[in-house]
Design a protein around this ligand. Structure first.
Ligand SMILES: *[C@@H]1O[C@H](CO)[C@@H](O)[C@H](O)[C@H]1NC(C)=O
Ligand SMILES: *[C@@H]1O[C@H](CO)[C@@H](O)[C@H](O)[C@H]1NC(C)=O
Ligand SMILES: *[C@@H]1O[C@H](CO)[C@@H](O)[C@H](O)[C@H]1NC(C)=O
Ligand SMILES: *[C@@H]1O[C@H](CO)[C@@H](O)[C@H](O)[C@H]1NC(C)=O
Ligand SMILES: *[C@@H]1O[C@H](CO)[C@@H](O)[C@H](O)[C@H]1NC(C)=O
Length: 599
């Protein structure tokens, strides 16, 4: 038997190491309490139920800096289960905090759950949203801004202000009614409108916009330059973003600094985020329109009104009137794709780390695995509507994949997702991709439907190396951009077209690859990549103490009222990590210098 002193020593060393881990070095912690509940709003002039965070719709912007630790206690005051997901936050080796059905049990109505994650080695503009049950159609979303650390300069002059704009298609029907329509095989039809930060359009046309609609007023000072962060947080509509008489200088897309280029308008597809620099260089003879108008809507389903906010200079001489700035022509399919291809990575700019972005030479890395994923529109499978990738529609098991894996629960999922479409009838299954840790993967997303789709991968940024109309073939590789394709986490795939992405699988965990378009996602168009580090998962963050159990593991769940509160632990002072390492080493060497410690 080891002596008490030795046990005590080992224990203390372990505790010190734990403390060291929990402090993640000396990176700051920020704490939030968020209550997610229903609220009443009338964005389009009709009263309806929306989802608010701390009573706000949209929710607060999560404004943090590279490497900060974020602790958010989320209370679910909805009448159905809730998970928030932080799309674009990579959750390094920590898919436990990802907040999707494959990684977490949902927070039951009336419960709370505390997320605890680090925005490790990241900068940029993203957004969070409720990931289950079509809830994003009712709101619950908010911006995420990850600022550069002071020691790493941004690749442009410091803007005079920072503006977050969340644009979204919007329906007056509730998220419950909308999802029911989808289950019954109906199209949702054209949206009832487009919102800016939860607000309806400015009354630019009395025939189109009712009287009692509040719109967003963006106040600016003449001559100043603002960083405008725009995310499409909507359901399924691509939106063309433009500001009357003002240039948009694109500088960032989902955590990558781009080559700074001028646009008069940009198509922003569902789930995508961009930062623009906008200089207030006009004469302010009136206010100006800020527009987000639907793209590629089926006009026979009755086109819908644009989202319109107002850019108001402090010296403005009056309200804006007249027609909206003209949108691009919907009948020209090349305009939008060429625009997407024009977005390039700035190879010399530094992002979250001091080394330039271009020092990661993705074009020279050998591809280890290729996946061709064909997405098809919704179809009837065994009497129910489903959307598929490679003929498989994802069935959400009651036990999250991550928990089933950790506890070796058999039969929850299969690791046999086909790397190419199969010549067999479509079906519903829980089949995931056996991805190779440290592999370099090429994924071709082929859209054989008639609407624009977007795909999002959790845990990673991927390189968008190519896209074109038609079917992808091996020859398509000759068109890939192997040099300065942008790294991002959400890409569009045009109808009848393909998009090729490449990703370095250096982040262990189980990660969601999904249609960010809610219609397709809700009907099962998603898959998970199991990226397991064969060194016994040793590099992954361990199961959180506050894990919620459900499904086949529900018996492990304690009643929430009897739960031990671990939150106090995080408030321990973060002693300098050097001191901690020194202490831990001292204790370990004390132990190792005495007789056998193996027992
Ligand atoms: C976000 O945080 C940064 C630094 O912590 C601060 O300078 C900035 O003003 C904040 N931005 C907003 C919009 O609150
Ligand atoms: C729920 O919130 C309360 C404070 O509102 C907190 O004390 C408790 O730790 C939280 N529970 C969990 C499981 O996060
Ligand atoms: C356009 O909408 C109409 C009516 O909803 C539908 O019948 C038609 O198939 C749609 N066309 C396309 C190309 O989606
Ligand atoms: C690229 O980033 C550098 C900073 O390293 C910046 O000075 C330069 O203007 C950027 N180039 C373009 C074309 O945006
Ligand atoms: C995944 O692939 C690896 C390497 O090809 C293989 O060793 C492993 O057995 C596979 N795992 C499963 C669950 O199929």
């Amino acid at each position: 038997m080891p002596s008490c002193a030795k046990l005590w020593g080992i224990n203390l060393a372990i505790q010190l190491i734990w403390l060291l881990r929990s402090c993640h070095g000396e990176d700051p912690y920020v704490f939030y309490d968020w209550r997610v509940s229903y609220a009443t709003a009338s964005p389009l002039g009709t009263k309806q139920q929306v989802i608010a965070v701390n009573g706000q719709f949209p929710g607060p912007v999560l404004n943090v800096t590279t490497n900060w630790n974020v602790v958010i206690n989320v209370r679910n005051d909805l009448d159905e289960p809730l998970l928030l997901t932080w799309a674009g936050v990579q959750q390094r080796k920590n898919s436990w905090q990802d907040g999707v059905s494959g990684t977490n049990c949902a927070i039951p109505a009336g419960w709370n759950w505390t997320y605890d994650f680090q925005v490790k080695d990241q900068i940029g503009s993203f957004y969070y949203f409720p990931s289950l049950n079509f809830q994003r159609a009712a709101g619950g979303y908010g911006g995420i801004t990850i600022n550069n650390r002071k020691i790493i300069p941004i690749p442009f002059g410091n803007p005079d202000g920072d503006i977050t704009l969340l644009i979204s298609d919007w329906y007056i029907k509730s998220h419950k009614e909308l999802r029911k329509k989808l289950e019954e095989g109906h199209d949702l039809g054209a949206p009832d409108g487009v919102l800016f930060n939860g607000l309806g359009p400015y009354r630019y046309d009395a025939n189109v916009v009712p009287e009692n609609v509040n719109c967003l007023l963006v106040n600016v000072e003449p001559g100043k330059t603002y960083r405008v962060r725009v995310s499409n947080v909507g359901i399924s509509t691509s939106l063309n973003f433009r500001i009357q008489n003002h240039n948009l200088i694109l500088v960032e897309t989902e955590g990558s600094y781009t080559v700074q280029q001028k646009y008069t308008d940009l198509d922003i597809h569902v789930g995508q985020s961009y930062s623009f620099l906008v200089t207030m260089d006009q004469d302010a003879s009136t206010d100006y329109y800020i527009v987000a108008s639907p793209r590629f809507l089926n006009s026979s389903s009755g086109g819908s009104a644009a989202g319109v906010a107002v850019l108001h200079y402090s010296n403005s001489q009056g309200p804006v009137s007249g027609p909206l700035p003209v949108p691009p022509n919907d009948l020209d399919p090349s305009y939008s794709m060429n625009q997407a291809k024009s977005i390039r990575w700035n190879l010399t700019a530094s992002a979250a780390r001091p080394n330039p972005q271009g020092s990661f030479r993705y074009g020279q890395i050998a591809v280890t695995d290729v996946y061709v994923l064909v997405s098809r529109p919704a179809e009837l499978i065994d009497g129910k509507w489903h959307a598929t990738l490679n003929g498989l529609s994802y069935f959400t098991p009651s036990t999250p994949l991550k928990l089933a894996h950790l506890y070796s629960v058999p039969g929850v999922y299969k690791v046999d997702f086909p790397s190419r479409p199969m010549n067999r009838p479509s079906r519903v299954d829980t089949s995931i991709i056996n991805a190779t840790y440290r592999g370099f993967v090429e994924i071709i997303l082929q859209n054989v439907g008639t609407t624009v789709q977007t795909y999002h991968l959790d845990g990673y940024a991927f390189f968008v190396v190519g896209m074109d109309y038609g079917m992808w073939t091996e020859n398509s590789r000759s068109t890939y951009n192997k040099d300065d394709a942008v790294a991002r986490c959400t890409t569009q795939v045009y109808p009848g077209a393909w998009t090729a992405i490449m990703v370095s699988l250096d982040n262990s965990g189980i990660w969601n690859l999904r249609a960010e378009n809610l219609n397709s996602w809700y009907l099962g168009q998603e898959v998970y990549l199991s990226v397991l580090n064969s060194e016994k998962d040793s590099s992954e963050v361990r199961l959180p103490d506050n894990t919620i159990y459900c499904g086949l593991l529900a018996s492990l769940q304690r009643d929430q009222s009897q739960r031990i509160d671990f939150s106090g632990m995080q408030q321990l002072p973060c002693i300098s990590s050097k001191t901690l390492v020194a202490l831990a080493v001292t204790f370990l060497s004390l132990i190792l210098n005495s007789d056998s410690i193996f027992f």
